[in-house]
Design a protein around this ligand. Structure first.
Ligand code: GLP
Length: 235
């Protein structure tokens, strides 16, 4: 695992994506949350000003809330369009179906879709303050596939800032599993700020353990953790 400590995490992350696209990447794995936002802004800038093209590249999203229409302002399908994919020339953008009452069928279909697209070339990741990736909360199986998960109280509290009230934060989600995520050729995790320092220390230097789902990066053949000084402060 490579750990990059930098005052411009979004540039390092955007370089990883830019290089992958230049080398022929066809599938990008995208994450939501605030952590990758600056990376998306930098990629949009490169598209507009430097001619970076995503032509021939498709995207898959990590996760989605159960029960939110894809057009809901806080649905991740909507978030990624608003903040990235609508602003570049990327191809199809896929996300797990959080509205399908056949949860198992929707999850299996998403894994099959990712398998059909071929391995994800670069999977962008954030990290939850409790070490979750996607919506794989602590105790998630390290080899899990896409499935329904119940959010922890901590994650619902962390994400309540995006909703009108805590009551509006969905209880359930559909997320790529840790095994699904690990199938990507390159995992690139970005974290900034003191609030992520403990989770980053556990992910990078703690044991490989389901108690910190992000520790799966330790056994991945190509993983990069991009952090600022604050997020690296407990390493
Ligand atoms: C959510 C997402 C994760 C994200 C995490 C951290 O729960 N499902 O993919 O990494 O939150 O979010 P943020 O970057 O806003 O701190």
């Amino acid at each position: 695992m490579e750990v990059v400590i930098t005052d411009r995490p979004e540039h390092v992350m955007a370089d990883i994506v830019t290089n992958a696209v230049a080398e022929g990447a066809t599938t990008l794995g995208l994450a939501t949350g605030s952590s990758p936002l600056a990376t998306y802004t930098e990629l949009i800038r490169r598209h507009r000003e430097d001619g970076l093209s995503f032509h021939g590249v498709n995207a898959v999203l990590l996760d989605e809330y159960i029960g939110l229409e894809p057009t809901h302002p806080e649905a991740y399908a909507r978030f990624i369009r608003d903040n990235f994919t609508d602003h570049v020339d990327i191809g199809e953008v896929h996300s797990p179906d959080g509205m399908n009452p056949d949860f198992r069928g929707a999850a299996d279909a998403y894994d099959a879709l990712i398998a059909d697209l071929g391995p994800v070339d670069v999977q962008i990741l954030g990290i939850g303050s409790n070490g979750h990736v996607g919506f794989n909360e602590p105790s998630s199986s390290l080899t899990s596939r896409t499935r329904i998960k119940t959010l922890t109280e901590k994650t619902r509290q962390d994400n309540a800032r995006f909703f009108d009230s805590m009551d509006d934060v969905p209880m359930h989600v559909i997320t790529q599993g840790l095994g699904t995520i690990s199938d990507a050729k390159h995992l690139a995790l970005v974290a900034t700020g003191e609030g992520k320092a403990e989770a980053i220390a556990a992910a990078v230097e703690g044991p490989l353990s389901a108690s910190c789902p992000a520790s799966i990066l330790q056994w991945h053949r190509h993983a990069t953790v991009v952090v600022d000084e604050a997020a690296a402060s407990r390493l």
